[in-house]
Design a protein around this ligand. Structure first.
Ligand SMILES: NC(=O)c1ccc[n+]([C@@H]2O[C@H](COP(=O)([O-])OP(=O)(O)OC[C@H]3O[C@@H](n4cnc5c(N)ncnc54)[C@H](OP(=O)(O)O)[C@@H]3O)[C@@H](O)[C@H]2O)c1
Length: 349
């Protein structure tokens, strides 16, 4: 079965130079996971599609690691220190809550292991800079697990942005809202809870991926009674474009995104951050010509593409992954710092 459905001719001609020949083509890696929670289970399942395997899981609570290992068919379980010390572990995936990412990543780095860190790498720009210093000192590959950036249909967006086929980008809008009230880590300020860091990181990253660092960010939203952001809307300004960010943990939305150009638009009509559908609309004067490419037939979550990008970077000795390096992660968390501050979230010193 082909990995991807064939592209319509007109999109294919423009996107061809930007599409990786085989997005899952990568050297196999043996992974260890730190943090035996919800997202870690999805990673175990998806990473196999990139030809890799999770061979160890680490948890602060030994019984929890063992339970996870049994349920997910992972051969080894132990503490964080145990699993990163293993000679047969090639790479480490940090899957704790955001506030513990930095500490867990440093455990892996101190054992000389390359690290894929769940997004956001850290809850603030200041803490991210600290992780970056540790990574540079250790000289290991580190990547933020902003998996959406590596999805194959994102290469189509990149093709239109870079080729200028539809003219310059004038506007981007992206929303990510899920009903997550009551989820412990979302509600808890001590676990870096709130909508922006968990959900808003997707629209912020998407907008940044297309338009880069904004000249101005202005946000408004609501706080929960524990002082994390329940929702927020932000406007991002650029010299020739505007962007709108929306995120909420109060309500589930369709979660669409749009990129408007001078002569057309690209729509991601639902769940823009995962394998979904892409619609390219050419504005040809009196006519609108539309092409759709659907990825619905692919059932997995989509982490395998970031896993493959990570494995390729590791094989070629890089310490950053092309397309999503330290500067990208830093500029996105700066946007989220601003948004959270405007909404009134009290951030640690
Ligand atoms: N990529 C995606 O689509 C996606 C989706 C959901 C979440 N995420 C990200 O994945 C990360 C984890 O999310 P999750 O839903 O998997 O979280 P989770 O299941 O609530 O927790 C993950 C792990 O974090 C540690 N942890 C949680 N609460 C803790 C507490 N009160 N004290 C100490 N440690 C605690 C535990 O590690 P130990 O096992 O070591 O105790 C736990 O197993 C977050 O950064 C989130 O943004 C990504």
């Amino acid at each position: 079965m082909p990995v991807l459905p064939p592209l319509p001719d007109r999109i294919g001609a423009i996107a061809a130079p930007y599409l990786p020949p085989e997005p899952l083509d990568s050297p196999p890696l043996r992974w260890a996971i730190l943090g035996a929670g919800g997202i870690a289970h999805k990673f175990v399942r998806d990473i196999e599609r990139a030809g890799s395997r999770v061979i160890a899981v680490g948890s602060r609570t030994p019984g929890k690691a063992t339970e996870f290992a049994a349920a997910a068919h992972v051969p080894c379980a132990g503490s964080y220190e145990d699993v990163v010390a293993r000679d047969d572990v090639d790479a480490v995936y940090v899957a704790t809550t955001h506030n513990f990412h930095a500490a867990a990543a440093k455990v892996a780095m101190s054992a000389g292991k390359p690290v894929l860190i769940e997004k956001p790498i850290a809850p603030s720009a200041r803490e991210l800079a600290d992780v970056r210093r540790a990574a540079e000192a250790a000289g290991v590959l580190v990547m933020e697990a902003m998996w959406s950036r590596f999805l194959p249909h994102y290469a189509i967006i990149r093709a239109f942005v870079e080729s200028g086929t539809l003219g310059r980008v004038t506007y981007v809008r992206a929303e990510h809202s899920q009903r997550l009230r009551g989820v412990a880590r979302m509600e808890d300020p001590n676990l870096a809870g709130g909508a922006a860091l968990d959900l808003g990181v997707y629209p912020a990253s998407f907008i940044h991926w297309i338009l880069g660092k904004p000249t101005m960010v202005q946000a408004a939203g609501h706080l929960t009674d524990r002082g994390v952001d329940a929702d927020g809307i932000a406007m991002l300004s650029y010299p020739h474009a505007n962007a709108v960010y929306e995120a909420s943990m109060q309500v589930k939305m369709v979660n669409s995104a749009v990129v408007a150009f001078e002569r057309g638009r690209i729509e991601l009509p639902y769940e823009f951050y995962r394998l979904s559908e892409i619609r390219v609309v050419w504005d040809e004067g009196s006519d609108l010509y539309q092409e759709v490419w659907s990825m619905k037939a692919i059932e997995n979550y989509g982490f395998e593409y970031e896993g493959a990008a990570f494995a390729r970077a590791l094989a070629t000795g890089q310490t950053e992954v092309s397309g999503h390096g330290w500067q990208d992660a830093a500029e996105v968390i700066e946007i989220l710092d601003r948004i959270r501050s405007d909404i009134g979230v009290v951030q640690g010193e």
